[in-house]
Design a protein around this ligand. Structure first.
Ligand SMILES: *Cc1c(COP(=O)(O)O)cnc(C)c1O
Length: 397
């Protein structure tokens, strides 16, 4: 018999979602807009503690509109986290602007503040900074905000992975000029697909709604003065989101428990460390990750293969953006210098992000997994770890 698959992070539905969707069908509010969209916007804004939110078709669309609202154009420079999913960067290129990647720091795996300062020395006039809260762990927002304020450059927080995570008790996504959330299928809550742009600038959010619905001017006939997009969230999708939002805190609590269980199970194995938390924040632990000790003979790929043989899903760490064929031509700033300079000096620079990518792995973090599946998962680790690690692991179990 085929073993039941253990997923990385799959949707977890509760029932209320269907009620909101049914209401949309019953009232024939199936087409774009409608009460679910308005209510989801209000609910997210209230939850995050921010003035306004625009419900969109994807988190990527939210990033794109944030850039549009900041008037990012061809040739403009945008500083952006290097260790992230490509969706953070693609919208910069939609506008033919130039991303400059900022390396990670080991403390939180997020944007290195020293590298960010260095980037301002090299490229003094960026139009925006996009920082990511990777795997749900808040970045060093205090320092990042201070640097952005000093240079009077707006911050966009890509909080796609960190909805419900806080920093000094305040929700991630609410520190910068704009924040974005994603309700994609594997995120902490999902609407089957969708995103949200948030800001305290209510006018900007109103403009985002305008741009997301083909930028139709206030005229009886169809009149357009600027280029628009079809980025609005549908009322059916928003219904799923409303039902999910009721369970966000519960999802977070389980995700945090999963992280703790891994941490305890790996506690005595010096070769394995969990992804870092930010002591000033409260992560939503969207994905639990591990990193192998430097020089460890076991590789993340071996672990993934062994897990896959047990029908357990895992995933590599995001491959840094500066290593992506499509983004190779752009610069990446390390705390000590820039990749471009080091290359000119004939040096081969391994960034902090690249090191995390080489040694790290995302572990299954699906909140539907029961204690029993965790046991199975943890017991399967000795199958792939060196006997030296194995012995200590079994003793611990
Ligand atoms: C998922 C994700 C996005 C994109 O969100 P979509 O809703 O899938 O468009 C952007 N940035 C990061 C870091 C993500 O993980």
């Amino acid at each position: 018999m085929e073993k039941k698959r253990i997923y990385l992070s799959s949707p977890t539905m509760h029932g209320e979602e269907q009620e909101f969707v049914k209401e949309a069908f019953d009232t024939n509010w199936v087409a774009p807009l409608g009460p679910n969209v308005n209510e989801l916007e209000k609910d997210i804004a209230a939850y995050a503690g921010i003035k306004a939110a625009a419900a969109l078709s994807a988190g990527t669309a939210a990033i794109h509109l944030a850039l549009k609202l900041l008037d990012i154009k061809e040739g403009d420079i945008v500083f952006v986290s290097d260790l992230t999913f490509s969706a953070t960067v693609n919208p910069i290129c939609y506008e033919k602007a130039t991303p400059v990647f900022i390396d990670s720091e080991p403390d939180t795996w997020n944007m290195d503040t020293k590298a960010l300062e260095k980037a301002f020395e090299r490229y003094p006039n960026p139009k925006a900074v996009i920082c990511v809260h990777l795997y749900g762990t808040p970045a060093k927002l205090e320092e990042i905000m201070e640097i952005c304020n000093k240079h009077q450059v707006p911050l966009i927080e890509d909080a796609a992975e960190s909805l419900s995570a806080t920093y000094h008790g305040k929700q991630t996504g609410t520190f910068g000029k704009f924040g974005i959330y994603s309700f994609n299928g594997n995120k902490i809550i999902t609407s089957s697909g969708g995103g949200m742009l948030v800001s305290d600038d209510e006018e900007a959010i109103a403009k985002a709604r305008f741009l997301s619905t083909q930028a139709r001017d206030a005229a009886r006939h169809y009149q357009h003065s600027v280029i628009g997009y079809n980025y609005r969230m549908s009322n059916v999708v928003a219904g799923i989101g409303r039902g999910q939002l009721l369970h966000l805190e519960e999802h977070k609590a389980i995700k945090k428990k999963i992280y703790k269980e891994y941490q305890e199970a790996f506690g005595r194995i010096k070769e394995i460390t969990m992804n870092p938390m930010n002591p000033k924040g409260d992560s939503n632990c969207w994905l639990s990750c591990m990193i192998l000790e430097e020089g460890c003979k076991v590789t993340p790929n071996q672990i993934m293969d062994a897990l896959e043989a047990e029908n357990i899903e895992s995933r590599p760490i995001w491959k840094p953006m500066h290593l992506q064929p499509v983004f190779e031509k752009y610069d990446c700033i390390l705390a000590e210098g820039s990749i471009r300079e080091l290359k000119q000096q004939g040096k081969n620079a391994v960034t902090v992000g690249e090191d995390i990518f080489n040694r790290g792995l995302c572990l299954p973090s699906d909140i539907k997994n029961t204690r029993k599946t965790w046991k199975k998962l943890l017991v399967s680790y000795p199958l792939f770890l060196e006997s030296k690690i194995k012995k200590r692991f079994i003793i611990h179990c």
